[in-house]
Design a protein around this ligand. Structure first.
Ligand SMILES: [Fe+2]
Ligand SMILES: [Fe+2]
Length: 362
């Protein structure tokens, strides 16, 4: 244990040294292919670890806002709170098959992410700490379907691999990812390959079955994103030092849990269908159904927590804190959410994630 901690500390110290060295070199204008994003960020009056955690969360919130904005432009409600698109009636109708209130929920989730992003950056700035701005990386194409703004995006919702293991993970009574357990996909056919979660153009809206497959994919992706936020905040909270920053992380993290809970309920309403290789099975009928698949089992089943010696407990999971920021970044990258992004984009996000993972509670 002590050895591991020493190794982490040594690694962190070496990395900080390299970063400071890099910053100095960039400052002197000597590094020809220098990447200034690797310069050490300022923490102002905040504990350096707290500032790093908040910066990674700010980046995550900016990315969430970008993807939710795309969903809202096509399938949500356009108003002063969430301006941008003009709506795609066919996609909105297909999404509403999962719940007649989907457009409102998409709108509200989008607005929540915008406020998370703005609040965290404003808080960092109020403490004299560096904030996060990803505008430079808004280079990915928009959907060409009716309703979408034609602007550069940070995220790609048109070629996704949607991990749906959260579905069985929250229904398991015996397994927990923090114990190294893995979980079956609820919808294996969208977990690999590339699938649109929004119409790429109006051509995607002409076949009702194909459009429903896209809407179903979105319905599962909503929960995939928000369960990630649910675990990320709970995991990072364990390494926050200031009580006020802990309050921020717990309070924002709680709304991610509320989002996930809503989407988990709606995903189960995705109508069974087959569209080419994509299959949305009836999750309530054999060979599925039962504890692991029954769609109305939307409260977290009690499972093992901390130690097998304790009685099972209903919890969010995972909440292991070690390496969680890099884990979140890798999880999102492996879903193709950033497909087409530049090396500089990944370098910057990796840097923010590594800094967050180096944070230690003092
Ligand atoms: Fe958020
Ligand atoms: Fe979220």
């Amino acid at each position: 244990m002590e050895k591991t901690e020493k190794a982490i500390k040594h690694g962190a110290g070496r990395r900080s040294f390299l970063k400071k060295g890099m910053a100095a070199t960039v400052g002197a204008g000597l590094l020809l292919n220098g990447n200034s994003t690797l310069a050490e960020e300022a923490s102002g009056h905040l504990d350096a670890g707290d500032a790093s955690i908040l910066r990674f969360l700010a980046a995550a919130e900016i990315l969430e806002t970008d993807l939710w904005q795309q969903y809202n432009e096509l399938g949500g409600i356009q108003d002063k709170e969430v301006p941008g698109g003009t709506g795609n009636p066919a996609y909105t109708a297909a999404v509403s098959v999962l719940d007649s209130d989907m457009a409102q929920y998409i709108h509200d989730n989008t607005e929540d992410e915008m406020t998370h992003e703005q609040f965290i950056n404003a808080y960092l700035a109020s403490k004299g700490a560096d904030t996060v701005n990803l505008d430079h990386f808004r280079v990915l194409p928009s959907s060409e379907a009716t309703g979408a703004q034609q602007i550069g995006r940070l995220t790609n919702l048109m070629q996704l691999s949607v991990d749906t293991t959260w579905y069985t993970r929250y229904r398991s009574r015996t397994k927990n990812p923090d114990f190294g357990d893995s979980f079956p996909q609820a919808i294996p056919t969208i977990a690999t390959g590339q699938h649109p979660a929004i119409p790429r153009s109006d051509a995607d809206t002409s076949d009702a079955n194909h459009l429903q497959a896209i809407a179903n994919t979105a319905g599962f992706h909503f929960a995939t994103i928000e369960q990630g936020g649910t675990s990320l905040y709970a995991s990072l909270a364990q390494r926050v030092t200031s009580l006020e920053v802990l309050r921020i992380v717990l309070s924002i993290g709680g709304t991610e849990i509320m989002h996930f809970q809503t989407w988990q309920d709606k995903a189960g309403n995705a109508p069974p269908l087959k569209d080419g290789d994509v299959v949305f099975p009836n999750l309530n009928a054999p060979p599925l159904g039962g504890e692991d698949f029954q769609t109305n089992l939307i409260m977290p089943e009690p499972t093992i927590f901390l130690s097998r010696h304790f009685p099972p407990c209903s919890i969010i999971r995972p909440t292991e804190t070690k390496g969680v920021a890099m884990g979140a970044l890798k999880f999102l990258s492996s879903s193709n959410l950033f497909l087409g992004q530049s090396k500089a984009f990944f370098a910057y996000l990796t840097d923010l994630a590594e800094d967050a993972d180096e944070a230690r509670r003092l």
